[in-house]
Design a protein around this ligand. Structure first.
Ligand code: S3P
Length: 178
């Protein structure tokens, strides 16, 4: 079985849903931001300020190379990961892309108080930053074959919806574990 790759903008619930989906599947959960923090020994915010976004994007790309060869992973990607077509090709070799999305107002309210961890929305007017980035990234997440609006239900329910989808598409073994 392949990996499940959750993609989408910041604050759409990739980590919260991913953890629950991994539990349902009995698979390993990987959060790419957390993994990069572990591998570099720096928080994402520090990585951006000390080494710059280019270094962060290169860490993302290196991680994609490592993950592409593995299986039975639920991967919660950082919101900018799939903006690089090479990352899409790598993760797509062995992965099913699922998009998470939510109304911009839901995203903005979820990101309040979490700005310090997210350098791209750290400064200026939050609403304006989020709306600008959403516009810049319009369509970027539409490579996914299935999409879930996470503003409509709990992370557990979103995970259940994805799990049902994977079963319907016969991506899982009969025991439902992939
Ligand atoms: C980013 C999203 C963040 C993190 C970094 C850059 C982006 O991840 O990777 O701050 O470019 O959208 P989340 O989507 O988990 O917030």
């Amino acid at each position: 079985m392949r990996n499940v790759v959750l993609i989408g903008f910041m604050g759409t619930g990739k980590t919260a849903v991913g953890k629950r989906l991994a539990r349902l599947l009995g698979w390993e959960f990987i959060d790419t931001d957390a993994e990069i923090e572990r591998l570099t020994g720096k928080s994402i915010a520090r990585l951006f300020t000390e080494d710059g976004e280019i270094r962060f994007r290169s860490e993302e790309n290196l991680l994609c190379r490592r993950l592409a060869g593995r299986e039975r992973l639920v991967i919660a990607t950082g919101g900018g990961m799939v903006l690089n077509p090479e990352n899409v090709a790598l993760l797509g070799q062995n992965g099913v892309f699922i998009k998470l999305y939510a109304d911009p107002e839901v995203i903005i309210s979820r990101l309040k108080g979490k700005r310090r961890e997210r350098p791209l929305i750290g400064k200026g007017d939050l609403r304006e930053r989020v709306l600008t980035l959403l516009k810049e990234r319009e369509g970027a997440y539409d490579i996914a074959e299935f999409a879930v609006d996470t503003g409509k239900q709990s992370p557990e329910e979103s995970a259940q919806i994805i799990y049902q989808y994977l079963k319907e598409k016969s991506y899982l073994d009969e025991d439902g574990q992939g």
